[in-house]
Design a protein around this ligand. Structure first.
Ligand SMILES: [Zn+2]
Length: 244
């Protein structure tokens, strides 16, 4: 049983390395994913802005068409002025022309607004396209970097896994499975000693009969409170006892 405990301690060190590399592997693509997210966002913005650009183009064309119609109407009225005979007719036509001028003024304002909007959107599209290209380049570089680093870390992980297989040979599979889970969950400590009847993992005082069972070393026993594997004999304590 002492051999098993020693094995578990060695295994614990290997597991810690394994988990560490696994965490690193998970972390590696994080920046890349963030770049991809920004890239997708830039792509969406460009598409939205291009739609806004088209809407403004359409608006501008409609205003131009309307303006053309109004100008033709105005020309017609102006042509009639020469033929006017009465003051009343004159007033009626000049009033029509004044109304058209008013509408033309509104259209001019609308056109100016649309043109300014187009200029603004075009500038924004240019900026976003630059960002889009920059991100595309960054992503390509990052992808290469991630691939290299991942393969390096994967090799490291494979090395730890092999070492784990070698060390755990002969250990009960279920114990192994439980032990791995405890090491992962309990801050890297899956096997602890009992000292003065207390679990050194969680400081719980254990019943004397339970402590005796652990001491007998007939089977692997887990702490009822923190689930860590318990052992009674501790080389460190033994050394301390000698000193005392
Ligand atoms: Zn405990």
């Amino acid at each position: 049983m002492k051999k098993t405990f020693e094995k578990l301690k060695v295994l614990q060190e290997i597991l810690l390395k394994e988990f560490g590399v696994e965490a690193e592997l998970e972390e590696i693509p994080r920046e890349l994913n963030e770049l991809k997210r920004r890239f997708a966002k830039a792509e969406r913005s460009i598409s939205e802005m291009e739609t806004a650009r088209k809407d403004n183009d359409k608006k501008l064309k409609e205003l131009e068409k309307e303006k053309g119609e109004l100008l033709r109407g105005k020309e017609k009225y102006e042509g009639q002025i020469a033929l006017i005979k009465t003051q009343r007719e004159y007033e009626a036509i000049t009033s029509e022309i004044a109304q058209i001028d008013e509408k033309l003024g509104i259209i001019d304002e609308g056109e100016l607004g649309a043109v300014q909007e187009i200029e603004k959107v075009d500038k924004e599209i240019d900026e976003k396209k630059q960002l889009y290209e920059d991100l595309k380049k960054d992503i390509a570089e990052k992808e290469k970097e991630v691939k290299q680093l991942s393969s390096k870390k994967q090799k490291e992980l494979d090395k730890h896994l092999k070492e784990k297989d070698k060390t755990s040979s002969g250990l009960d599979e279920e114990i192994m499975y439980k032990f791995e889970k405890i090491v992962k969950k309990k801050d890297g400590v899956g096997i602890v000693s009992i000292r003065n009847g207390v679990c050194m993992g969680c400081n719980m005082l254990l019943p004397p009969q339970f402590v005796n069972d652990v001491r007998r070393e007939e089977s692997i026993i887990f702490c009822p409170n923190c689930s860590r594997i318990l052992y009674y004999h501790d080389l460190d304590t033994a050394a301390e006892e000698v000193v005392l």
